[in-house]
Design a protein around this ligand. Structure first.
Ligand SMILES: C[S@@+](CC[C@H](N)C(=O)[O-])C[C@H]1O[C@@H](n2cnc3c(N)ncnc32)[C@H](O)[C@@H]1O
Length: 274
């Protein structure tokens, strides 16, 4: 059982338009249509599994084949099997297809409450951070953003901040992140609003990262796929560091750059993984 304090920490409020188990079971399609506009779409079994593991508040969960979904849970997620059993409501395949933009091979979809901005900011600005914050400066590619959130979740990063126009909670980003937005703090901020801490900006022209120990409270900033780091981010950077790359290769992909940098941080012993 979750306690109330935990719910409050995650920015949940009791006056939200909630649903209860009876509503869900009675007319899950109607409940879905009512809640879809303001909720996070969890697309597929794995996104739902991760969201449940990291204590997302799931409002409604549907499947075109409940038996198959629970067989997947038995095989891949016995730790949350009972919770999924309680959440998943079977709907006709056609109804499932009408609810999602792109049907998933697992025929599972759910809606969850998006954590409040206040809750995310609390996590991102906590003093004595034990793991870095990743900043994507004006990213363009939704798939890259999702992959980065999945990396941040895996490495136990404090959170992922995006600057610019991309919504890091866009359904395509959540799909790319496999529902792991709930395992870290994800928010869009301006450069001026970035959390405190030494900013290490990643750029092919920087100092070789292999000579640098990244501190646990680092803010690790990465430029956009098209134009690299913005002038505002460069002005805020304390260090400019590069990933080893042989001459004549211009740059790495954004998400792979984040992967190498987080691995470099973890290899020095900082990662609170376990
Ligand atoms: C696809 S690259 C951007 C390339 C862009 N044309 C530029 O001018 O930098 C996206 C981001 O990945 C990071 N990145 C890629 N390769 C890197 C390298 N060798 N060293 C450090 N950062 C790198 C940087 O943060 C970069 O802004």
């Amino acid at each position: 059982m979750k306690d109330l304090a935990d719910d409050r920490d995650r920015g949940r409020t009791d006056d939200r338009d909630r649903t209860d188990d009876r509503d869900r079971a009675k007319d899950p399609v109607d409940t879905w249509r009512r809640l879809a506009g303001d909720s996070v779409l969890l697309d597929g079994f794995h996104a739902l599994k991760h969201a449940v593991r990291f204590r997302a508040e799931v409002l409604v969960a549907v499947t075109g084949d409940r038996r198959a979904a629970l067989a997947l849970a038995d095989e891949l997620a016995p730790d949350v099997r009972d919770t999924l059993d309680g959440l998943l409501v079977e709907v006709p395949e056609a109804a499932y297809r009408s609810l999602v933009p792109r049907p998933h091979p697992t025929a599972v979809a759910a809606l969850a409450v998006r954590p409040s901005r206040e809750a995310s900011l609390r996590a991102l600005t906590a003093t004595h951070r034990t793991a870095p914050v990743v900043v994507l400066d004006q990213p363009r590619n939704l798939g890259n953003a999702g992959a980065v959130i999945r990396l941040a979740a895996g490495f136990g990063a404090t959170g992922v901040v995006t600057t610019g126009t991309l919504d890091p909670w866009h359904p395509t980003v959540v799909r790319g992140g496999a529902g792991l937005h709930f395992a870290t703090a994800v928010e869009r901020l301006t450069v001026a609003e970035l959390p405190s801490g030494p900013v290490f900006a990643l750029d092919p022209e920087g100092e070789d990262i292999r000579g640098t120990k990244l501190p646990d409270d680092a803010v690790l900033a990465f430029g956009s796929e098209r134009s690299g780091l913005s002038p505002e981010l460069r002005a805020r950077a304390d260090h400019l560091v590069s990933l080893p790359m042989r001459p004549q290769v211009s740059s790495y992909n954004l998400a792979t750059s984040v992967a190498m940098t987080l691995f470099h941080w973890s290899a020095a012993g900082g990662a609170p993984i376990g």
